[in-house]
Design a protein around this ligand. Structure first.
Ligand code: UDP
Length: 194
């Protein structure tokens, strides 16, 4: 895979459409993937914090979330094709998954916000199977969320706990599952809830 380095973080060189297609292909194959959509704050955090830097290096793909990354790459003389945000990637996956009936798990946001987002997705993407969902204010010792994911085996697990919490959650639980494309989506559920 072609990547572009921006201040120590390797970003995938891709358009949004190619990225969505690639992730859906992984879902079709039942593969396990860890996706980070990184904005400038994540890059700065990676520079400051070695533990987080190592965590980022374990992701399968880091996409350029935010125009700041795209501009930074261009300024460094190694341009990226375009912005690939978590929100746009999530919407693209929902759109294509509505045609092929893939399943998703949603973790994050306040309970009422998440429930509203679930209602919206059920309405706008009726063929997408919502395997389960859980709000983002829980005890990390509680393993009921990962158990539900293990049992329902969703194709995609969208984690909207804000960065770097969502990346840490994915990193901590990834080894406990067999399959699934795990992606941090920041405040996307709030965006879908409207
Ligand atoms: N959030 C959560 N659990 C927490 C803290 C935050 O689920 O313990 C949610 C919050 O409700 C919001 C999202 O995480 O839906 C964070 O969105 P924000 O825009 O702050 O994150 P960013 O997109 O900047 O990473």
């Amino acid at each position: 895979k072609k990547t572009i380095d921006v201040l120590g973080v390797s970003f995938i060189y891709t358009t949004l459409a190619e990225f969505i297609a690639k992730l859906c292909e992984y879902a079709n194959k039942g593969e396990k993937k860890f996706i980070i959509t990184a904005n400038p704050e994540i890059v700065m955090l990676a520079r400051e914090n070695e533990e987080f830097r190592e965590l980022i290096q374990q992701a399968d793909y880091v996409s350029a979330d935010g125009i700041g990354i795209v501009k930074g790459a261009a300024m460094l003389g190694t341009p990226l094709p375009e912005r690939v945000s978590g929100y746009d990637t999530l919407l693209g996956i929902l759109r294509t998954s509505n045609e092929t009936k893939r399943s998703i798990y949603m973790l994050g946001a306040k309970e009422e916000v998440l429930e509203q987002a679930v209602v919206r997705i059920r309405h706008d993407y009726p063929n997408v199977c919502i395997a389960g969902y859980h709000h983002g204010f829980f005890d990390w010792e509680d393993d009921s969320i990962i158990k539900e994911i293990q049992e329902t085996e969703p194709d995609f697990i969208f984690v909207g706990l804000g960065a770097p919490r969502q990346e840490k959650w994915i990193h901590h639980h990834l080894h406990m599952v067999e399959k699934g494309v795990f992606m941090g989506v920041g405040g996307s559920f709030d965006g879908i809830a409207g």
